[in-house]
Design a protein around this ligand. Structure first.
Ligand code: CU
Length: 271
């Protein structure tokens, strides 16, 4: 009887803990509320199955408990039950995966009016690049990275000369405008993650990964690295500030372009 009680309490306790849990998500600051919807669908499906399985175990322990003279019936196969369980599992798994495919498609389908913002990761620092007056980013590659050219811009590409470079500083983005995030790594795997934006993407050396989002409220948010990338991984934090348009412009005018950085002869300090 104690086992039955423990099982029922386990099921009930899990549901109560889930409802009262302090480890819930942070208030959202982007357009990706669909990501939360997919999580809630997964919670409901896995939660229902978990409670049903544990309660079924409790029922079996109670119903088929030992009684003198009772004998177990031998039933090696039950076609109907196997079909039911296989079909039920398939429906549950499909219901968890299908919404994710829809949301993923939206997550990587960048609207035409999104502003490109490049994020460059390295052990253990976040740097950023914004387009200059021409509205486009110049070509860059890791082999061109040097002390004077920390993001590896291709100096033959005129489009990059007016690019705004922020090495190891804060990224600012204007509120309400879609942003096309282009993610590069100059050394190992990293992962750009801002919990409030519900946005997360691996950064792979030699590739440019991307997603887009629209910040929906102003504020200061922490960038985390979500891929174990070496001894300094847990200190690999950055900051993204979502500004009103006027504040954003004021900030942008304070930043140095690639040409100004090269002319000054020294790279920005990283602290
Ligand atoms: Cu990292």
């Amino acid at each position: 009887m104690a086992v039955v009680l423990i099982l029922v309490l386990l099921a009930l306790g899990s549901v109560v803990f889930h409802i009262l849990s302090p480890w819930w998500w942070t208030p959202i600051a982007s357009n990706w509320s669909y990501i939360d919807t997919t999580l809630i669908i997964t919670f409901w499906i896995t939660g229902t199955v978990f409670v049903a399985v544990v309660c079924f175990m409790a029922y079996c322990v109670y119903r088929f408990r030992h009684k003198p003279g009772n004998r177990a019936a031998y039933e090696p196969e039950n076609r109907r039950l196997e079909w039911l369980l296989a079909a039920g599992t398939a429906v549950g798994v499909a219901a968890m995966l299908a919404p994710g495919l829809v949301v993923w498609h939206q997550f990587v389908t960048v609207p035409d009016d999104a502003t490109p913002v490049e994020v460059v990761s390295q052990q253990w620092l976040w740097s950023f690049r914004l387009p200059g007056a021409d509205g486009t980013l110049g070509h860059a590659e890791t082999r061109k990275v040097s002390a004077e050219n920390p993001l590896g811009l291709n100096t033959d590409d005129a489009r990059g000369l007016d690019d705004v470079i922020i090495e190891g500083g804060e990224l600012h983005v204007p509120v309400g405008k879609p942003v096309h995030m282009l993610l590069r790594s100059v050394d190992v795997l990293h992962d750009f993650y801002v919990p409030e934006f519900r946005a997360k993407m691996d950064m792979i050396p030699g590739m440019v990964t991307y997603f887009w989002f629209t910040p929906t409220r102003t504020g200061t948010f922490e960038i985390l690295c979500a891929e174990l990338c070496g001894i300094g991984h847990s200190q690999m934090r950055g900051t993204v500030v979502v500004d009103e348009a006027a504040d954003y412009q004021a900030w942008l005018e304070q930043q140095s372009t690639f040409t100004q950085l090269v002319a000054s002869g020294e790279p920005q300090t990283t602290d």
